[in-house]
Write a protein that binds this ligand. Sequence first.
Ligand code: GAR
Length: 213
Amino acid sequence: MTDAAPRIVVLVSGRGSNLGALLDAGLPVVHVVSNRPQAGGLALAARHAVTSTVVDHAAFPSREAFDSALAAAIDAHAPTLVVLAGFMRVLGDPFVQRYAGRLVNIHPSLLPAFTGLHTHRRALDAGVRLHGCTVHFVTPTLDHGPVIAQAVVPVLPDDTEDTLAARVLEQEHRLYPAAVRWCLEGRVRVDGLRVHVRGAEFPAFGRCVPSPA
Ligand code: GAR
Protein backbone atom coordinates (compact mmCIF):
# COMPACT_ATOMS: atom_id res chain seq x y z
CA MET A 1 0.00 0.00 0.00
CA THR A 2 1.04 3.60 -0.48
CA ASP A 3 1.47 6.22 2.23
CA ALA A 4 -1.69 8.02 1.09
CA ALA A 5 -4.76 7.69 3.29
CA PRO A 6 -6.21 4.28 2.49
CA ARG A 7 -9.34 4.13 0.36
CA ILE A 8 -11.38 1.02 -0.25
CA VAL A 9 -13.84 0.40 -3.07
CA VAL A 10 -16.06 -2.63 -2.40
CA LEU A 11 -17.68 -4.65 -5.19
CA VAL A 12 -20.90 -6.53 -4.36
CA SER A 13 -23.57 -8.52 -6.16
CA GLY A 14 -25.96 -9.42 -3.36
CA ARG A 15 -27.08 -8.82 0.21
CA GLY A 16 -23.77 -7.28 1.29
CA SER A 17 -23.31 -8.76 4.76
CA ASN A 18 -19.52 -8.79 4.30
CA LEU A 19 -19.70 -5.15 3.20
CA GLY A 20 -21.59 -4.53 6.44
CA ALA A 21 -18.82 -6.21 8.44
CA LEU A 22 -16.19 -4.01 6.76
CA LEU A 23 -18.23 -0.87 7.47
CA ASP A 24 -18.93 -1.89 11.07
CA ALA A 25 -15.19 -2.38 11.55
CA GLY A 26 -14.66 1.25 10.60
CA LEU A 27 -12.63 0.51 7.49
CA PRO A 28 -12.31 3.38 4.99
CA VAL A 29 -14.87 2.28 2.41
CA VAL A 30 -15.24 5.26 0.07
CA HIS A 31 -17.49 3.73 -2.59
CA VAL A 32 -19.49 0.60 -3.45
CA VAL A 33 -20.04 -0.82 -6.94
CA SER A 34 -22.66 -3.44 -7.76
CA ASN A 35 -23.27 -5.32 -11.00
CA ARG A 36 -26.87 -5.88 -9.88
CA PRO A 37 -29.29 -2.94 -9.50
CA GLN A 38 -31.26 -4.79 -6.80
CA ALA A 39 -28.29 -5.79 -4.64
CA GLY A 40 -28.99 -5.35 -0.94
CA GLY A 41 -25.44 -4.05 -0.56
CA LEU A 42 -26.49 -0.82 -2.30
CA ALA A 43 -29.10 0.00 0.35
CA LEU A 44 -26.61 -0.91 3.04
CA ALA A 45 -24.06 1.49 1.55
CA ALA A 46 -26.69 4.25 1.49
CA ARG A 47 -27.54 3.63 5.16
CA HIS A 48 -23.86 4.20 5.94
CA ALA A 49 -23.74 7.33 3.73
CA VAL A 50 -21.36 5.62 1.32
CA THR A 51 -21.91 6.45 -2.34
CA SER A 52 -22.47 3.69 -4.89
CA THR A 53 -22.56 2.97 -8.60
CA VAL A 54 -24.41 0.26 -10.51
CA VAL A 55 -22.56 -1.24 -13.46
CA ASP A 56 -25.17 -3.71 -14.68
CA HIS A 57 -23.43 -6.54 -16.51
CA ALA A 58 -26.61 -7.23 -18.48
CA ALA A 59 -26.24 -3.85 -20.20
CA PHE A 60 -22.89 -4.70 -21.82
CA PRO A 61 -22.28 -6.69 -25.00
CA SER A 62 -19.12 -8.41 -23.77
CA ARG A 63 -17.11 -9.14 -20.66
CA GLU A 64 -14.42 -6.76 -21.91
CA ALA A 65 -16.92 -3.89 -22.18
CA PHE A 66 -18.31 -4.67 -18.71
CA ASP A 67 -14.85 -4.91 -17.18
CA SER A 68 -13.85 -1.55 -18.71
CA ALA A 69 -16.93 0.18 -17.30
CA LEU A 70 -16.32 -1.47 -13.94
CA ALA A 71 -12.71 -0.27 -13.90
CA ALA A 72 -13.82 3.28 -14.74
CA ALA A 73 -16.32 3.25 -11.86
CA ILE A 74 -13.63 2.01 -9.50
CA ASP A 75 -10.85 4.33 -10.68
CA ALA A 76 -13.08 7.39 -10.25
CA HIS A 77 -12.61 6.82 -6.50
CA ALA A 78 -8.85 6.20 -6.58
CA PRO A 79 -8.82 3.21 -4.22
CA THR A 80 -5.72 1.80 -2.61
CA LEU A 81 -7.54 -1.54 -2.24
CA VAL A 82 -10.39 -3.10 -4.22
CA VAL A 83 -12.40 -5.56 -2.13
CA LEU A 84 -14.72 -8.18 -3.62
CA ALA A 85 -17.49 -8.97 -1.14
CA GLY A 86 -19.86 -11.46 -2.69
CA PHE A 87 -19.12 -10.15 -6.18
CA MET A 88 -20.32 -12.96 -8.45
CA ARG A 89 -18.91 -12.07 -11.87
CA VAL A 90 -15.77 -13.62 -13.29
CA LEU A 91 -13.27 -10.87 -14.10
CA GLY A 92 -11.11 -10.89 -17.22
CA ASP A 93 -7.32 -11.02 -17.15
CA PRO A 94 -6.72 -7.34 -18.07
CA PHE A 95 -9.00 -6.24 -15.22
CA VAL A 96 -7.23 -8.50 -12.74
CA GLN A 97 -3.79 -7.34 -13.93
CA ARG A 98 -4.83 -3.71 -13.59
CA TYR A 99 -5.37 -4.20 -9.84
CA ALA A 100 -2.63 -6.74 -9.23
CA GLY A 101 -1.65 -6.83 -5.57
CA ARG A 102 -4.56 -4.65 -4.46
CA LEU A 103 -7.56 -6.81 -5.40
CA VAL A 104 -8.79 -9.17 -2.67
CA ASN A 105 -11.68 -11.60 -2.40
CA ILE A 106 -13.40 -13.71 0.23
CA HIS A 107 -14.43 -17.20 -0.80
CA PRO A 108 -16.67 -19.48 1.26
CA SER A 109 -14.40 -22.53 1.44
CA LEU A 110 -10.93 -23.51 2.55
CA LEU A 111 -9.18 -22.96 -0.79
CA PRO A 112 -7.90 -24.72 -2.79
CA ALA A 113 -10.86 -26.99 -1.93
CA PHE A 114 -14.22 -26.14 -3.46
CA THR A 115 -13.46 -23.33 -5.87
CA GLY A 116 -16.47 -21.92 -7.70
CA LEU A 117 -20.10 -22.14 -6.60
CA HIS A 118 -22.21 -24.14 -4.08
CA THR A 119 -19.26 -24.61 -1.76
CA HIS A 120 -21.29 -25.58 1.33
CA ARG A 121 -23.33 -28.25 -0.46
CA ARG A 122 -20.16 -29.65 -2.01
CA ALA A 123 -18.38 -29.71 1.36
CA LEU A 124 -21.30 -31.70 2.83
CA ASP A 125 -21.36 -34.06 -0.15
CA ALA A 126 -17.60 -34.59 0.13
CA GLY A 127 -17.92 -35.54 3.80
CA VAL A 128 -15.21 -33.17 4.99
CA ARG A 129 -15.03 -32.55 8.74
CA LEU A 130 -13.59 -29.05 8.45
CA HIS A 131 -14.81 -26.22 6.25
CA GLY A 132 -14.40 -22.44 6.32
CA CYS A 133 -13.53 -19.38 4.34
CA THR A 134 -10.49 -17.86 2.66
CA VAL A 135 -9.34 -14.30 1.99
CA HIS A 136 -6.99 -14.20 -0.98
CA PHE A 137 -5.47 -11.96 -3.60
CA VAL A 138 -7.25 -12.24 -6.92
CA THR A 139 -5.25 -13.59 -9.83
CA PRO A 140 -6.41 -14.53 -13.32
CA THR A 141 -7.13 -18.14 -12.31
CA LEU A 142 -10.47 -18.19 -10.51
CA ASP A 143 -10.21 -18.74 -6.73
CA HIS A 144 -6.51 -19.59 -6.89
CA GLY A 145 -4.69 -16.47 -5.71
CA PRO A 146 -2.28 -16.25 -2.76
CA VAL A 147 -4.06 -16.95 0.54
CA ILE A 148 -3.93 -14.12 3.08
CA ALA A 149 -5.98 -15.78 5.84
CA GLN A 150 -8.41 -18.59 6.49
CA ALA A 151 -10.97 -19.37 9.20
CA VAL A 152 -12.01 -22.91 9.96
CA VAL A 153 -15.34 -24.28 11.22
CA PRO A 154 -16.37 -27.83 12.07
CA VAL A 155 -18.88 -29.66 9.89
CA LEU A 156 -21.43 -31.13 12.30
CA PRO A 157 -23.29 -34.39 11.71
CA ASP A 158 -26.72 -32.80 11.36
CA ASP A 159 -25.60 -29.83 9.27
CA THR A 160 -27.64 -28.67 6.31
CA GLU A 161 -26.35 -26.37 3.59
CA ASP A 162 -27.99 -23.48 5.46
CA THR A 163 -26.59 -24.21 8.92
CA LEU A 164 -23.12 -24.73 7.53
CA ALA A 165 -23.33 -21.55 5.44
CA ALA A 166 -24.38 -19.58 8.51
CA ARG A 167 -21.47 -20.94 10.56
CA VAL A 168 -19.01 -20.03 7.81
CA LEU A 169 -20.56 -16.60 7.26
CA GLU A 170 -20.10 -15.71 10.93
CA GLN A 171 -16.39 -16.36 10.46
CA GLU A 172 -16.28 -14.42 7.19
CA HIS A 173 -17.48 -11.39 9.12
CA ARG A 174 -14.57 -11.77 11.57
CA LEU A 175 -11.92 -12.70 9.06
CA TYR A 176 -12.47 -10.23 6.24
CA PRO A 177 -12.21 -6.98 8.24
CA ALA A 178 -9.05 -8.29 9.94
CA ALA A 179 -7.38 -9.34 6.69
CA VAL A 180 -8.33 -6.13 4.90
CA ARG A 181 -6.90 -4.13 7.77
CA TRP A 182 -3.62 -6.06 7.52
CA CYS A 183 -3.45 -5.15 3.82
CA LEU A 184 -4.12 -1.47 4.51
CA GLU A 185 -1.49 -1.41 7.23
CA GLY A 186 1.16 -2.71 4.83
CA ARG A 187 1.73 -5.85 6.86
CA VAL A 188 1.14 -8.23 3.95
CA ARG A 189 3.95 -9.45 1.72
CA VAL A 190 3.40 -11.85 -1.17
CA ASP A 191 6.07 -14.36 -2.13
CA GLY A 192 4.77 -16.49 -4.99
CA LEU A 193 1.69 -18.21 -3.65
CA ARG A 194 2.78 -17.69 -0.06
CA VAL A 195 1.69 -14.66 1.92
CA HIS A 196 3.56 -13.40 4.97
CA VAL A 197 1.63 -11.24 7.42
CA ARG A 198 3.73 -9.30 9.87
CA GLY A 199 2.43 -9.27 13.44
CA ALA A 200 -0.96 -10.76 12.62
CA GLU A 201 -2.81 -12.49 15.41
CA PHE A 202 -3.06 -15.81 13.63
CA PRO A 203 -4.07 -17.82 16.71
CA ALA A 204 -7.47 -16.16 16.52
CA PHE A 205 -8.02 -17.94 13.22
CA GLY A 206 -5.80 -20.97 13.63
CA ARG A 207 -8.16 -23.22 15.57
CA CYS A 208 -11.59 -24.63 15.11
CA VAL A 209 -14.18 -21.95 15.55
CA PRO A 210 -16.62 -20.95 16.90
CA SER A 211 -14.37 -20.66 19.88
CA PRO A 212 -15.73 -21.14 23.41
CA ALA A 213 -17.72 -18.16 24.66
C1 GAR B 1 -20.29 -14.79 0.96
O1 GAR B 1 -20.48 -16.03 1.57
C2 GAR B 1 -19.01 -14.79 0.13
O2 GAR B 1 -17.99 -15.56 0.69
C3 GAR B 1 -19.49 -15.42 -1.15
O3 GAR B 1 -20.75 -14.85 -1.37
C4 GAR B 1 -21.35 -14.53 -0.11
C5 GAR B 1 -21.76 -13.09 -0.16
O4 GAR B 1 -22.50 -12.75 0.97
N1 GAR B 1 -18.60 -15.15 -2.23
C6 GAR B 1 -18.38 -15.99 -3.22
O5 GAR B 1 -18.96 -17.05 -3.32
C7 GAR B 1 -17.37 -15.52 -4.23
N2 GAR B 1 -17.02 -16.57 -5.11
P1 GAR B 1 -22.72 -11.22 1.33
O6 GAR B 1 -23.28 -10.54 0.08
O7 GAR B 1 -23.74 -11.27 2.45
O8 GAR B 1 -21.42 -10.64 1.76
